[in-house]
Design a protein around this ligand. Sequence first.
Ligand code: IPE
Ligand code: IPE
Ligand code: MG
Length: 226
Amino acid sequence: MSNQAKHIAIIMDGNGRWAELQGKKRVKGHEVGAKVVKEITTYCSNTKDIERLTLYAFSTENWKRPRLEVEFLMKLLDTYLKNELSVYLENNVRFEPIGDIRAFSKSLQKTIKMVEEKTSHCDGLIQSLALNYGSQDEIIRAINTLKDTKDDITAEMISNQLDCKCDVDILIRTGGDNRLSNFLLWQAAYAELFFTDTLWPDFTTKELEKIIKKFTKVERRFGGLK
Ligand code: IPE
Ligand code: IPE
Ligand code: MG
């Protein structure tokens, strides 16, 4: 039997370089990147077997970027969510943010919660945007909620406290670097990893289809034998 890609996670990298290659400002790459998010989400919502799409949009480390770029990203996220609400609803997509959004402005938090609530009845694809997300931060927050438990802590207990409670099947990183940059370290324990040189604004549903096809043929052993 072939593998089913139920949970796909993507590190959407390469926006800045894409823009610079065209002599444009880095932020232009983020703008085009947001359009690709819409395309890939719609594609996944119409593809059998895919239940979850988790996209790395802003890491706990991305605050190190120049203030203007961070401000632009916050504004873009707000506009994206407001504009795309109708697309989420049309495609029966439920929006579920992960990460510690308490660091964002009150108004951005309000937009995030608004889209989460308005799509909470959707029972198609779950699209998670990782916002001020860091896997280490997520694990630390989970352990802190468990620290007063008298019993020994189990993997299941930790998993239940994470923002993202589902194991990843396919983890893709665009942009040519071969690293995880603090993304879903726990959940990707047995994920199949795909690294592509394609910069995120150039990523297409066609390339995603190819990756899924490759994935279906992989022999996943989970430590056992076939
Ligand atoms: C990914 O693209 C988007 C975010 C991290 C917000 P980058 O902005 O990291 O683009 P490059 O890697 O510098 O090209
Ligand atoms: C990872 O990309 C974070 C997101 C895609 C949101 P980065 O560009 O921040 O990662 P590094 O700095 O190359 O590791
Ligand atoms: Mg990058």
